[in-house]
Design a protein around this ligand. Structure first.
Ligand SMILES: Cc1cc2nc3c(=O)[nH]c(=O)nc-3n(C[C@H](O)[C@H](O)[C@H](O)COP(=O)(O)OP(=O)(O)OC[C@H]3O[C@@H](n4cnc5c(N)ncnc54)[C@H](O)[C@@H]3O)c2cc1C
Length: 471
């Protein structure tokens, strides 16, 4: 029997597989890592559980909310946000609050204020670069003192070569709480005068990290008759005049009704002998630091923009759930951006002395003796790199891949989309609706799931916008 093949067992691939198996369709998920979860997986070391950076669920969409409780029941904690930024040698709460003002160096606060009162910095007409977008909206002082360095360190390309969508998604999300939509620096300053920023609640699995949710989802797929093959990747994709016909693995060949691909787009293009699109992803080396007592600060995560600090963000798993570390102990997850194949990727242990020095420098730990051990992990394709030309490159790749009608691109990596888990979930719901809609001889189960999907994603519901989303 022809199978619905899903490449990638991340949030998008697992949600799609969950919906299709629930509809009674034969589904095979192929995942190259040994664990499911994709970017939302968790590293476990005895009683310590470290996600890849900070990971929590939030969605205003009831469809996503229902899906979360269908899979996990009540086994979630409700948590608030508490994040920080390390800026010019000091910690500030983030989003900025009124009490931040006196802590900013006077010169910077004054110059940022003058930027605000004066005209927006002049930029080239029609420019779509990150640099020009931030200059126009936030002024030169904040651009030069924070946004430029953080972004260049994070993405590994110049801010003038980065597309403005990176700012639309990343900066504004990081700057403010979600209910408030800043249009300018003036609004951020106004926000700082609001005594208490909006206090959204997020969901987080009570035990074993964010991965607990995706593990539970995978178990439900298996018990509904789906198949999940971990540690596997397609060796070859075969085509016929109708589209994709077979997915060839090292030990078997799958007859393919539909292929949903949530891996990197260039890899798919190569397998289909199409021109490889110039779409790059940024990878991460992650240092998970096991501590004999809680870290100095209790924020959930903190951004570090300074280029001479090796990490871009620290997160504290115990501030998501106390059950992620043994009682009385602590942990810190350090994200260090890199390129797959560069020196850091190949030999992450080489920066260990600098990691230690920087942790002490920013006073994230009391002293070296607080560290029990440091575990190093590699995370491929953590972020799509929004080069200034990426919309055209992406359009071309999508156009080339349309030659295969039963091929669907899915999720963050598969759609080259700086998104969150809820967006990948919504994307999978929309695709499941489309696939079930197209079935001519639907079984009762498929019809029932299709009806459910129609109530949550009626025909014509736009797919989440790939390039700009709340992330
Ligand atoms: C540091 C960090 C923090 C984040 N914080 C949050 C947060 O707080 N809240 C939130 O909602 N979201 C957060 N996100 C985003 C969230 O992780 C993603 O939106 C979501 O996990 C994307 O899921 P996906 O399935 O679309 O893509 P992915 O997770 O990228 O899944 C793709 C899967 O395909 C597999 N794959 C790739 N190529 C192949 C191949 N050739 N063969 C087989 N398998 C393959 C990969 O191994 C992976 O498992 C964060 C992301 C990062 C990196």
């Amino acid at each position: 029997m022809k199978r619905y093949v899903v490449v990638g067992a991340g949030a998008a691939g697992l949600t799609l597989a969950y919906l299709l198996t629930k509809a009674g369709l034969p589904v095979t998920v192929i995942e190259k890592e040994s664990e499911v979860g994709g970017l939302a997986r968790t590293f476990h070391y005895d009683e310590w559980h470290f996600d890849i950076g900070p990971h929590r669920f939030y969605s205003p969409n009831p469809v996503v909310g229902n899906f979360l409780s269908e899979v996990m029941g009540d086994d979630f904690l409700e948590i608030s946000r508490s994040s920080a930024v390390h800026f010019m040698g000091h910690y500030h709460s983030w989003p900025l609050r009124l009490e931040t003002l006196p802590k900013l160096p006077l010169g910077i606060a004054l110059r940022a204020g003058l930027d605000l009162l004066g005209k927006a910095a002049r930029t080239s007409e029609g420019s779509v670069s990150f640099e020009d977008y931030v200059l126009r909206r936030y002024g030169r002082t904040l651009y030069q003192t924070f946004f430029r360095d953080y972004t260049e360190k994070f993405l590994g390309i110049s801010a003038s070569k980065t597309h403005q969508n990176w700012a639309k998604v990343g900066v504004e999300r990081a700057t403010i709480d979600e209910k408030v939509n800043t249009a300018s620096l003036a609004e951020i300053f106004k926000l700082m005068l609001i005594p208490k920023p909006s206090d959204l609640k997020f969901l987080y699995p009570e035990r074993e990290g964010v991965h607990a949710f995706w593990k539970r989802c995978a178990e439900k797929i298996l018990s509904a008759g789906g198949e999940i093959l971990t540690g596997k990747t397609p060796q070859r994709l075969e085509t016929d005049p109708e589209g994709l016909s077979h997915v060839v693995l090292d030990d078997r060949t799958l007859d393919c009704e539909v292929l949903a691909w949530s891996g990197p787009i260039p890899e798919l293009a190569r397998m289909l002998h199409l021109p490889a699109p110039n779409l790059g992803y940024r990878s991460h080396v992650v240092y998970n630091v096991l501590l004999n007592s809680p870290p100095v600060h209790d924020y959930q995560w903190c951004y570090f923009g300074a280029k001479d600090l090796v990490f871009s963000r620290l997160s504290n798993p115990a501030s998501f759930s106390p059950q992620t570390v043994p009682s009385g102990r602590g942990g810190l997850c350090l994200e260090i951006p890199c390129q797959e194949g560069d020196i850091l990727w190949e030999d992450p242990a080489r920066i260990r002395p600098q990691v230690l020095e920087d942790l002490l420098r920013v006073q994230a730990i009391r002293d070296q003796d607080q560290i029990l051990s440091m575990k190093v992990e590699r995370v491929r394709d953590a972020y799509p790199v929004y080069h200034v030309d990426y919309p055209e490159r992406l359009d071309q790749a999508f156009a080339d891949l349309q030659a295969f009608p039963n091929l669907h691109l899915l999720g963050r990596t598969g759609r080259f989309w700086y998104n969150n888990m809820d967006h990948s979930i919504e994307n999978a719901f929309a695709l499941a609706g489309e696939l079930l809609e197209g079935m001519t001889q639907a079984s009762d189960r498929a019809r029932q799931v299709r009806e459910e999907l129609l109530t949550v994603c009626p025909p014509g519901t736009p797919e989440p916008e790939p390039a700009v989303a709340r992330a």
